[in-house]
Design a protein around this ligand. Sequence first.
Ligand code: ZN
Length: 308
Amino acid sequence: MNSRSLYGAIEAGGSKFVCAAGYGPLEVADGWREVIPTSTPEATLGGVVAFFERIRKEAGTLAGIGVAAFGPVDIDRRSLTWGCLLATPKAGWSGVSLVKPLQRFGPVAIDTDVNAAALAEARLGAGKGIESLAYVTVGTGIGGGLIAGGRTLRGMLHPEMGHIQVRRDPRDEGFAGVCPFHGDCLEGLASGPAILARWKVELRSLPATHPAIGIIGGYLGQLAAAIALMLSAERIVFGGGVMSDERLLPHIRETARRQLAGYLPVQARAGGFDRLIVPPALGDRAGIGGALLLAQQAGKQRPEDTTG
Ligand code: ZN
């Protein structure tokens, strides 16, 4: 028998739910990980419950479960709809509770997927030893999570920094943007679908001389500068499918440096912009790792905090 506490984790995404169990944030045992496609809430959540029932049978009770969810999702514990997905374009999922089916297994904590990834990178990855970190993912959408004082930032909803307005690159005039809410917000200009809408191919299929790389890197650099100014984050991690093109990061750093114009003491610190703006250190382990850290938090809460 293992005397250490066992935790459960779910990375709930628009195309798949990854379920896992482990004794620590980066310790997921073989056979204790399962990928369930996101179809209907009944089928997907039914699969999730079956997974944790198997874990309980094989390994005993869970000390806590952490959920890292796609959004928008209600993460306010005082709210009547805590743990429920809000108005999502994902058919059938609006209003569905991700928490209720899990509460039979133990205390549950829920946060956004990007906040969870930020938590994992801050504690175990690119942000070890610092207090404030932002994690930005650039893929189908653009999302960002924040750690301040060692905790994830949440408020009215959760950070939605992908939807800020950015200054238009003169080489990119005339493109309306693809955000259904704002048109040419950052996500509308620089997400994977926005790249496809303009250039018909993924960024990495374009030659180094193509202006697209500088245009997209420039928009993301404006976000990095805004994060540095508003939140004073000591580390800004850029991950996600679009960022797998390594040519972007230098453009992001350069735009942020130019836009900040020496106003913040970035270059006075070791590593300067190369150390402020970085790729993820944990790769695709950040999501489940963050969910397991949330599970540990849930396990530590007093019983009166976990009702509701
Ligand atoms: Zn938008």
